[in-house]
Design a protein. Structure first.
Lengths: 110, 811
């Protein structure tokens, strides 16, 4: 595992998200109300909606296009919908957000 | 020949008598109503919501001038009757004698004033009528101090009301615990704790020694030496029947005016009803028995057999957040046993008092859902022996049934009282439902259940659900979302009445089940808070749907559309050039003319938004809010400026309206149209608000739709001048903003509240002006161009990715 610094926690508003650009598309990085961070593909498996633009509630996000709800922890679609979004390890260290670069790189290869 | 009926006093009891009488026999009497207060009948038990700001006086009027006029009731308001001449059969008011054949005394009660030094100082009020209520409202500046003397039902409602208005409140209570007539010490303690947690100071065992102050009240001194500063003092220590007139007329008077079962006094031509009477040595203060008396009196006046039989009543406290219930007799005594349930963590306390085989009293705090069931057991003296083991768990646990929320209601006998205010039992409601009253409004109209204080609305709905089965759910008002059981209407009301000013506060105080809500309730709460607390609440962007957060419409591929405002659909060559330049510069794939008379630039990348907005801002354009639950467009025709048929400058008015209304957030989008003549080229009659110009002025109509539903607007009112039209429209938008549930377009909201109600609000000049002023206050905060805000340097970073790993990842 190798961690890459993508920015400060303060760069993301609480209950908000920002994206990180990668060669294989954007990764959405979410910050919850209690300052946990989560990273997952910024693409809803339903119709490709940008999940980073969804409303963050608890540890879930609701896709802005058709209101599918995903767990930020597992990437699983909630409720009646089925589908999963790839998630990536993320953590906070000294106010900085770190993503697992190895996992992100593997995503590119896939 | 018609008999002359004179009624003295326009309280709740006499109002009900007039209602029953004019309904049953509209032509039997020539009625004259005297009232010492300068107004007709209103719902006195709703003064508490008026005090707390949840309702206005207008909301609680039960009989207005039109009502009296329609029934031929002559009213003499603001003049007290000073004398009854029984021999001549006349009453005297302001020197004028009015003859009667039958006389009804409904003088109600007067509050006790403790005759301590200083009780006549300015700023000492009681809590009895609208004047008292208004005096407390007038004193209610945030930080002002109020002392309430008396911790009974009325005193606590006064205290809670003033606290909701931002005052610091101290309650002084002579007894060891609050509401000692309705609560036992344990429940009184829980109530005190809960009120103290909300910041109220409660001083039990406090005897008032003096009220201090020079010209007006300044402080209250207690026997124990404590001094509380006070800007206003409310004495709510009790009431006594108002019997002076009856005494002077030498009628039989005990503590109240003595009446027989037919509500007749010792003079056969004189009757009495309400809080002023004494029946079988008993006095009456709660509204349910008063309504029973009114019914009996109306029958008796019409020569029918009727007898008043007092029934026991239960008590609920109308203080939001304090759930308490008591019924029957719960004093300790020989031969009495208690069953007690306590859950300190949840703040739940229930105590049942049993004598022999029957339940004689119940006190509940924190969870009062089963109150009516217990009350039924007390009234019917049901033998509770077989269910004694599980009695305290309520009806759901009797007979091994599972805990179904409907079971408690289904188990109620037909005689169980559902609506305490109007004395309506379950059987009557069921009959009404089976007779075709299949909506709450119809049940209210037919039975009056839930039409006074409204606390039984949930119960009435449950009775409807039990009676109608599956067919009811379609009409039910569902909870806001899965995070809460509250409806949108409840949440809106509670936000205002409890003074909730942030989303976390709403979720905490109203018991949200989820952490951080969901994508459905958060935008709604954000809107309600913006609308209700424009100067105090700060918009929470993270609770906005993407379009309103990014101030652009998201498209299916994640790009956005950008629509600059074109006031009234009018543009200039310079604006068109700037739009064309922006379209070129940012590679806009499609430029389209919208239905709202402006230009849409579709397919803009998020990262390009701020730069494009800055360019359009530089050319003098602002956001068109084509994405918002707010004012969209005002569509116009060319009107009298160019059109040979135009009667007024419809384009000009449209521009003025758009400049007045833009930037306001509303429950759902709002589109206007202004047509210069009835040919209606601007299609104003299918808009949320439409204006048709005519020679004599402006016809304003509302509640049109041309989407999933198509409907024509309905006339709201006419305006003679542009200025009047603008004030009316802004006031109407504010009425919508304050009252509709989130996401309901105007036509849906109007269907719920009724066009007539909207017309009344707008027709009343004071109401209209107040609405307009509140709208403008909100505009002073929210009429800002989001493009200008979001292109400031400190806002730019958020539009770009926070990091770019595309090069590293490519290794």
């Amino acid at each position: 595992m190798s961690w890459v610094d993508i920015g400060a926690l303060a760069d993301i508003p609480p209950q908000g998200a920002r994206v990180v650009k990668t060669a294989a598309g954007c990764v959405a990085v979410f910050r919850t109300a209690d300052d946990q961070v989560f990273a997952m593909d910024d693409r809803c498996p339903h119709k490709g909606g940008p999940l980073s633009e969804g409303i963050v509630h608890g540890a879930s996000v609701t896709c802005p296009l058709h209101a599918w709800v995903f767990s930020l922890e597992t990437g699983m679609a909630q409720g009646a919908d089925s589908g999963q979004v790839a998630t990536y390890p993320a953590r906070i260290e000294g106010g900085r957000i770190l993503l697992d670069a190895t996992r992100l790189a593997r995503r590119v290869a896939a | 020949m018609k008999q002359k009926l004179v009624v003295i006093g326009a309280g709740m009891a006499s109002g009900r008598v007039l209602e029953q009488l004019t309904e049953a026999a509209p032509d039997a009497f020539d009625i004259t109503l005297f009232n010492a207060e300068p107004r007709g009948n209103y719902n006195r038990i709703m003064l508490s919501p008026v005090l707390s700001g949840e309702k206005t006086y207008a909301d609680i009027v039960t009989h207005d001038a039109d009502w009296y006029a329609a029934r031929g009731v002559k009213t003499v308001l603001g003049q007290a009757v000073t004398r009854i001449d029984r021999a001549a059969k006349t009453v005297t008011s302001a020197g004028v004698e009015t003859p009667y054949d039958q006389l009804v005394i409904a003088t109600g009660s007067a509050p006790f004033i403790i005759p301590v030094p200083g009780h006549k100082l300015a700023g000492v009020v009681t809590y009895r009528d609208l004047e008292d209520t208004n005096a407390m409202i007038a004193a209610a500046k945030p930080g002002a101090k109020a002392v309430v003397i008396g911790g009974g039902l009325l005193g606590l409602e006064a205290a809670a009301g003033m606290q909701l208005r931002g005052m610091e409140v101290v309650v002084i209570h002579l007894m060891g615990h609050l509401m000692e007539r309705q609560l036992d010490p344990a429940a009184g303690y829980l109530l005190q704790k809960s009120l103290e947690q909300r910041g109220m100071k409660i001083h039990c065992k406090g005897a008032t020694k003096a009220i201090l102050g020079k010209d007006r009240v300044e402080a209250v001194l207690l026997e124990d030496g404590t001094v509380y500063d006070a800007d206003i003092v409310c004495m709510a220590v009790g009431i006594r029947p108002e019997v002076r007139l009856a005494n002077d007329a030498h009628l039989d008077v005990g503590r109240g005016i003595t009446v027989n079962d037919a509500m007749q006094t010792s003079d056969p031509a004189i009757w009495a009803v309400g809080e002023c009477v004494e029946h079988n040595k008993q006095l009456f203060g709660l509204v349910a028995p008063l309504y029973d008396q009114a019914k009996v009196l109306a029958q008796a006046l019409l020569g029918q057999e009727a007898a008043f039989r007092p029934v026991q009543t239960a008590t609920k406290l109308k203080v939001t957040g304090c759930d308490l219930f008591s019924a029957g007799d719960f004093a300790d005594g020989p031969g009495r046993e208690d069953i007690v349930f306590r859950d300190p963590a949840r703040g739940v306390y229930k105590r049942l008092v049993i004598e022999g085989d029957a339940l004689v009293g119940a006190v509940m705090y924190g969870d009062t859902a089963d109150g009516n069931w217990f009350f039924g057991l007390i009234k019917d003296a049901t033998d509770i022996t077989p269910m004694r083991d599980t009695l305290i768990f309520g009806p759901a646990y009797q007979g091994g049934a599972t805990a179904d929320p409907m079971a408690a209601v289904a188990a109620l006998p037909p005689s169980a009282e559902i609506c305490g205010c109007n004395g309506v039992c379950k059987g009557k409601i069921v009959d009404a439902i089976l007779g075709g009253a299949n909506t709450l409004d119809l049940v209210r109209a037919t039975t009056k259940a839930s039409s006074s204080c409204g606390t039984c609305t949930g119960l009435v709905e449950q009775v409807m659900a039990v009676t109608l089965g599956d067919s009811f759910t379609a009409n039910a008002n569902p909870a806001m979302c899965k995070c809460t059981d509250h409806t949108h209407e409840d949440v809106r009301r509670l936000i205002k009445s409890v003074g909730l000013k942030s989303i976390p506060a709403v979720m905490q105080e109203l018991g949200w089940r989820s952490v951080g809500g969901c994508a459905s309730c958060r935008p709604a709460l954000n809107y309600y808070l913006i609308a209700d607390w424009p100067t105090e609440y700060r918009d929470d962007r993270q609770s906005r749907f993407v379009n309103e957060r990014n101030h652009a419409n998201i498209q299916k591929d994640g790009t956005y559309s950008v629509v600059p405002r074109m006031w009234g659909g009018v543009t200039t060559p310079a604006e068109l050039r700037a739009i064309a330049d922006a379209a070129d510069k940012y590679d806009v794939p499609m430029v389209k003319v919208t239905g709202g008379q402006r230009i849409d630039l579709l397919g803009v990348k998020k990262a390009d938004l701020p730069a494009m907005w800055a360019d359009l801002n530089a050319a003098g354009m602002v956001s068109g809010h084509a994405y918002s639950k707010g004012l969209r467009t005002v569509k116009t025709c060319v009107g009298s400026e160019f059109c040979r048929f135009g009667t007024q400058d419809s384009t000009g008015l449209g521009i003025k309206l758009e400049k007045l209304l833009w930037g306001s957030w509303t429950p759902a989008k709002v589109k206007l149209g202004v047509s210069g003549c009835p040919r209606n080229c601007a299609e104003a009659t299918c808009k949320d608000i439409g204006v048709i110009c005519v020679d004599s002025g402006f016809e304003i109509s509302v509640a049109g739709a041309a989407g999933m539903d198509v409907r024509e607007t309905e006339p709201l009112c006419k305006a003679a001048t542009e200025a009047e039209a603008m004030e009316i429209i802004a006031a109407f938008v504010q009425l919508y903003r304050e009252n509709s549930r989130y996401l309901h377009r105007i036509y849906k909201w109007v269907a719920k509240v009724g066009l007539a109600w909207c017309q009344e609000q707008i027709a009343d000049l004071a109401t209209r002006r107040a609405l307009y002023d509140r709208f403008m206050l909100s505009q002073s905060v929210y009429q800002v161009d989001p493009w200008a805000e979001l292109t400031k340097p400190d806002q730019l970073a958020q539009w770009a990715p926070m990091a770019d790993l595309s090069l590293e990842a490519a290794e």
